[in-house]
Design a protein around this ligand. Sequence first.
Ligand SMILES: [Zn+2]
Length: 410
Amino acid sequence: MEAAARRPSTQTQTPTSTKPKAPATSGTFISRPPVPSTPHRISPIARSAAGPSSLPTNAAQPQSMLSCRPPPPRNDNLERSRDDPQRILAWDETDAQDEDEFSLEDMAGGEGIGADDELDDFEFESDLDDVSPTPGRLQPLNDWERQEFNSYLALAKDRIGGVPRLYVEQNTFFFNTSTIHSTLSKCVYPTPELLYARLRRWFLWDPAVYGDVPCPLCKNTLIGHGNIPSPRRIIDIDSTIMAIGYRYRCTHCKNAKSGLKTVTFQSWDPRILAVLPPLLAAEFPAILSRRNGITRTLFRNMRAAFLGGMGAKQFADGVRSQHLERYDEAHLQYLQYLASREQLDKFCGLKHRRISTFADFEGFHGTVPSAAWFKTLYDRFIAQHRNEILKHTSMLTLTIGALDHSHKAC
Ligand SMILES: [Zn+2]
């Protein structure tokens, strides 16, 4: 929180440092009433956005901030003038300076929550020689996530003629997730993990069951090479989707380094999506980086926000607040359910575990990308579509024109 980090430094300014600067004099001295020094000034926007929690709580400065600081010198003339309803309103230069100090960009944090998503380098995995799990490259799963992954992987292996039962009977790529209400109300002993699992959706992506997938390099048909050992984490507006994917191997292409026919592709590799029928490829719901991804819905929101002038930090803060609020709502449901069975639990001597914090790895293990991550993803998209954007721009009609002495129209 850059704003939170910066604000106390301003609060600790001595009264002498907050004195208004003398007006610039250019030959004539202009006399003006002194502005009373204010020990703690927060811009109106910061004050309304931060709420009571933004009050100074720095333990290093408690007395000077709250009680021991001498009151500012009182200017009776100015106080009277401010009480006068007929007074002429004037722009307060000190307020203007404070507004500049705490711009919206500074007040936004944009730090994200969770693992090291800023280290994501956005280069998609190329031909892989090693199909074993690569510890440390993907975000690891905790115990309940691993159990969920294994259970959904078992469902993915339930197939009819090679096609997942999910595709055949439910005609969707998403596994059905029961609601929090139905899950808890049918449970004898509810656990936090049951709640966590209801806040995740699971997606199965195995497009090769719908037809032959050509190798992006040699156009020969790829063959199945098992499932990817870890799910891909895809961030939506207020929740997370876990994607289960597969590897496809080319029996003709050789690895450039080893010379062996070990070239494989992940089922969500952009090169695989590019060779799929567009009707099928459009069903893949995410824009991926190397290790993470966001849904197309969230990506469209990001584009609209950036085009509307919102910064990456503000957008990342907004996404983070959406995720936290959704998690808090589910937490409240859990507490309401426990309250409804309080008498029974007291009679049986049952005690329940607490819900974890959002980002606790042993608990919910929530993750939200940082502003830098969003910005890099957007920059990559713009770079990929640079030629189309320039072409479109060149085809627009001239709305406002100007001509300078060099005779260039712009
Ligand atoms: Zn090939």
